[in-house]
Design a protein around this ligand. Structure first.
Ligand SMILES: *Cc1c(COP(=O)(O)O)cnc(C)c1O
Length: 360
């Protein structure tokens, strides 16, 4: 068995320890005589899995009691609709557009109300996060929306916008559990788990109590109402049982490593390794502006598309996979999520240095 260093943006690398635990549990989960994939979502064994997962993520993120934690399906993309449907009472929201994901979310929200794009960085191909100081938010807006880490362009908010009493809604899909956050700063903080937390098929929505209400847009499907899922504890219908189980194992793994403070230190160390190389390289250069670089997704280019293609092809011979950039940016992108070991980043930097010598 040869595991590669998988730099995929998502679905992405998972901790080897978690995969081994899942393997050990595969045929017989803790003496049940069946796999987690085969058991009723109403069974005592599964109740324990989802309740433990919730307790562990609450612990990891220090989630206050007045927030609900929902384990849902439909991905982050379904939340692009669920958020306006559940929150748009005044039928207006402010969006900051800092990349493809927030742009998509804003477009979807327009189906349900007035969307005011208060700032955008599209003028420079989303290579930076708009300055949030001095932005004028509508005090009557139902919420202010951001995507805190833009997976494709490799940018992350250096600081959160000051939104006053308007709830801040943040898509943290590609930075979920990579560093501590102050949950109280948000009305909703949510993300698809297949970037940094688990397998595809689960989206975790952490929503403040007062935003879970009956007076949603009337055509909101029952299953997409937060109240439905809060009342049912995410079990309104069959949840993504297997995915929730794997997320639970990842939460235990994170706690074992020392939680999110420890994770942040490790992520900063890995990111610095790659960014320091990029900043001193004669061949490669990062595409995101320095003051808003992501710790998780690192896009870079040589400036020559043929050379980029050659580099990507040769990476395979060094156990480096999924390094090709998103089609809208080109070049390369290294996603260095929690589960990417430092040795993987080191292997990438070593090969970049070798390639530079041979090609610069
Ligand atoms: C991948 C991604 C999405 C889309 O997630 P799906 O689960 O495919 O719907 C949304 N937002 C961000 C920031 C992402 O990285």
């Amino acid at each position: 068995m040869a595991r590669v260093f998988n730099f995929s943006a998502g679905p992405a690398v998972l901790p080897e320890e978690v995969l081994r635990q899942a393997q050990a549990d595969m045929l017989d989960y803790q003496g049940c005589g069946m796999s987690v994939m085969e058991m009723s979502h109403r069974s005592a064994a599964f109740a324990n899995i989802i309740e433990t997962a919730e307790a562990d993520i609450r612990d990891l993120m220090s989630i206050p009691d007045d927030y609900h934690v929902l384990f849902l399906q439909g991905g982050a993309t379904q939340q692009f609709a669920a958020i306006p449907m559940n929150l748009m009472r005044n039928k207006k929201a402010d969006y900051i557009v800092s990349g493809s994901w927030s742009k998509k979310a804003a477009k979807e929200a327009k189906l349900y109300g007035d969307v005011n794009v208060v700032a955008s960085s599209e003028d420079e191909n989303f290579s930076y996060v708009p300055d949030v100081d001095g932005l004028a938010f509508d005090a009557d807006a139902d919420y202010v929306y951001i995507c805190q880490n833009e997976t494709i362009y490799g940018t992350r908010y250096p600081k959160l916008p000051a939104v006053g009493n308007v709830p801040l809604v943040s898509d943290v899909s590609s930075m979920f559990l990579s560093e501590p956050v102050n949950v109280s700063d948000y009305g909703i903080i949510y993300g698809g788990v297949q970037k940094n937390v688990g397998p595809a098929g689960v989206v975790i929505v952490i929503v403040r109590e007062d935003l879970v209400r009956e007076d949603v847009i009337p055509t909101t499907p029952t299953i997409m109402r937060y109240l439905t899922q809060v009342d049912a504890k995410s079990l309104s219908n069959t949840p993504p049982c297997w995915g929730i189980y794997i997320c639970g194992l990842v939460f235990k793994w994170l706690k074992g490593l020392g939680g999110l403070d420890a994770m942040k230190a490790m992520n900063e160390e890995k990111a610095a390794l790659l960014y320091d190389f990029l900043d001193s390289s004669r061949l490669f250069k990062g595409t995101a502006r320095k003051d808003c670089r992501s710790l998780m997704n690192v896009p870079f280019i040589t400036g020559d598309a043929d050379l980029d293609a050659k580099f990507i092809a040769e990476c395979k011979n060094h156990g480096i996979e999924n390094i090709k950039g998103h089609r809208s940016v080109g070049g390369m992108r290294a996603s260095i999520y929690n589960a990417m070991p430092k040795a993987g980043v080191q292997a990438l930097v070593d090969f970049m240095a070798q390639f530079e010598k041979e090609n610069a």
